[in-house]
Design a protein around this ligand. Structure first.
Ligand SMILES: [Zn+2]
Ligand SMILES: [Zn+2]
Length: 175
């Protein structure tokens, strides 16, 4: 969607509302295509006392695999979008603003960028996900497997030390 900004910039108090579906099914994130249904975008661009701002809410369902246990996950996401819009930068410290020199705002591109920035690199089915057993590959969320817990290599040193000490004590008490 392209929003013509000229009438908004030229009329204090004016606003343009939008409410539409954006197809992000071709968006490749983290080596997958997580948005297999269109995302809902609603919001407005408005001119309040000469300041033009864009505010929107994006409702999306992120469809992927858990990074720990590889189970399928569907996570509903509400992504807030808020930007000041200017036709040109007046100060050097105006980095927060979107500059639209030709008065045509490519809303789809802006929303897509915000969605990409919002999605975390790693997603889990649950914060408490136990993941897969590194030895047999069993999903530990559905119960313990029969594998023995691997010993931390640092603790292995301690175990050997304690075994030795215990052995020495035994020798002493036996004499
Ligand atoms: Zn998981
Ligand atoms: Zn196992």
């Amino acid at each position: 969607m392209i929003i013509e900004l000229e009438p908004i910039f030229n009329n204090v108090g004016s606003r343009f509302d939008f409410d539409y579906s954006l197809d992000l099914t071709a968006l490749n994130l983290n080596s997958g295509f997580p948005f297999d249904s269109p995302v809902a975008v609603s919001g407005c661009v408005k001119n309040s006392a000469g300041v033009v701002t864009l505010t929107a809410n994006v409702n999306a369902v992120y469809h992927s695999l858990c990074d720990r246990c590889a189970e399928e996950i569907k996570i509903p996401m509400k992504i807030p979008v808020e930007h000041g819009i200017v036709a040109s930068l007046s100060n050097e410290d105006d980095g927060e603003f979107i500059v639209v020199e030709d008065m045509r705002l490519n809303l789809d591109a802006l929303i897509t960028e915000d969605v990409i920035l919002f999605v975390p690199n790693k997603l889990l089915c649950s914060e408490k996900c136990k993941g897969l057993c590194p030895q047999c590959g069993a999903n530990l969320n559905s119960g313990q497997c029969g594998c023995e817990k691997p010993i931390d290599p640092r603790l292995e040193v301690l175990k050997q030390f304690l075994d030795k000490t215990a052995g020495a004590e035994d020798t002493v008490s036996n004499e």
